[in-house]
Design a protein around this ligand. Structure first.
Ligand code: COI
Length: 380
């Protein structure tokens, strides 16, 4: 069922150059049969340039391929880079939709502001998603719980070694067919509590989706792997006891009465679109949602006295993943083995909306497969 929501045609003009050696139908179908996560990429990409003199210009769709970067490009030295994660979902009737893209567009703008990059107009952001899907729509898988993961990103590419905002920037969208984010599929994961490293500090870049945050999470993430954990959980850098977020996901606790508790948006955690959507869905069910500081002690005591019954991680890539245990150098907190997890029922409701299986009463879906562009002759 494809319901409601806007399906306005693209308003920007993208010049289109088709790849002449596109992946064969048979090879693409083989990839779509078992896409994994982030392993394969579609035939094309979107590119838009920006200079301080001209603003955004030269919007185009071009064959997917390596970027030509000057070795002095500022992104390579000072990490002036931001990105987004958005999914395109195929509905049962074959149509292709995305979920609340204007939220990702607005977050990209906030990230751009923090990283001294130019803000891409939200309409152009949404059009860029339409364009990649218009040309590579055949790459949107149709098996249950699969999607085409869209990765918009922006880099500073001025060749200049002085430390100041780049005067030249490029925005791209690449696309990658996706199955489950975690190798084991949707099963409860163990997470590692990092007590040595923080993800963000007051006034830092914690609320921005910038590569540097993720680079800084990799060492603690490796520590997590060494302890058999799928993700790392960071605490606030000031007190070292408040839960912030995981390496790439927000976190929720569930109380015995169904109340959801999640760290509030405080300038150092990412304002997740999935996080916000789950809050809306939970409230619509009449559940209470507390957005406030949450400490590890509260979590441990709550599990001990039975008042906290579930914990889960959420994000665009992994949707919702239940947490089985929280491990640290000092303790292991095992979550109860709940039969009907609220996490899984919220996951079902959210994905039912995303895949058009139930009505989109919140008006969150935007149709993507209706773009029209002036095509340049083939020949890349
Ligand atoms: C997402 O959930 O889209 C993320 O950003 C997580 C990760 C793949 C970086």
């Amino acid at each position: 069922m494809s319901t409601s929501a806007s399906s306005a045609p693209a308003t920007s003009t993208f010049a289109v150059t088709r790849r002449v050696d596109a992946v064969s139908d048979a090879d693409r179908e083989a990839i779509l049969a078992d896409p994994g996560f982030g392993l394969s990429f579609t035939d094309h990409m979107v590119a838009i340039d920006w200079t301080s003199g001209e603003g955004w210009h030269d919007a185009r769709v071009q064959p997917y391929g390596p970027l030509l970067l000057d070795p002095a490009a500022s992104v390579l030295h000072y990490g002036q880079e931001i990105f987004e994660g958005v999914k395109a979902y195929r509905h049962a009737d074959g149509s292709i939709w995305t979920f609340r893209p204007e939220r990702n567009g607005a977050r990209l703008q906030r990230s751009a502001h923090r990283l001294a990059l130019p803000e891409l107009p939200i309409e152009l952001f949404v059009d860029s998603l339409r364009e990649i899907v218009a040309i590579d729509g055949a790459w949107v898988p149709s098996a249950p719980e699969t999607s085409l993961y869209l990765r918009p990103f922006m880099i500073a590419n001025e060749s200049f070694l002085g430390v100041r905002p780049s005067q030249r920037v490029a925005y791209y969208v690449i696309a990658s067919p996706a199955g489950a984010y975690f190798q084991g599929g949707v099963t409860a994961v163990s997470i590692w509590l990092s007590t040595e490293y923080a993800r963000a500090g007051r006034g830092g870049t914690g609320a921005a989706k910038c590569g540097g945050n993720y680079a800084a999470s990799l060492l603690p993430q490796s520590e997590a792997y060494e302890h058999g954990c799928a993700q790392v959980l960071f605490l606030d850098s000031e007190n070292g006891n408040r839960i912030e977020e995981l390496g790439g996901m927000n976190l929720f606790l569930v109380k015995a009465d169904g109340t959801l508790v999640t760290p509030e948006i405080n300038g150092s955690i990412l304002e997740g679109v999935t996080r916000d959507s789950l809050i809306t869905l939970a409230k619509a069910r009449g559940l209470k949602v507390e957005e406030r500081p949450v400490t590890v002690d509260e979590w441990r005591e709550g599990v001990a006295d039975g008042s906290i019954v579930e914990a889960f991680a959420c994000g665009t890539a992994a949707v919702i993943t239940p947490i089985a245990e929280l491990k640290s150098a000092e303790f292991t907190l095992t979550m109860p083995d709940v039969e009907d997890r609220l996490a899984m029922s919220l996951r079902q409701e959210l994905t039912d909306i995303q895949y058009g299986r139930i009505p989109d009463v919140h008006g969150w879906l935007v149709r993507l497969d209706a773009a029209a562009s002036a095509e340049a002759p083939a020949g890349a």
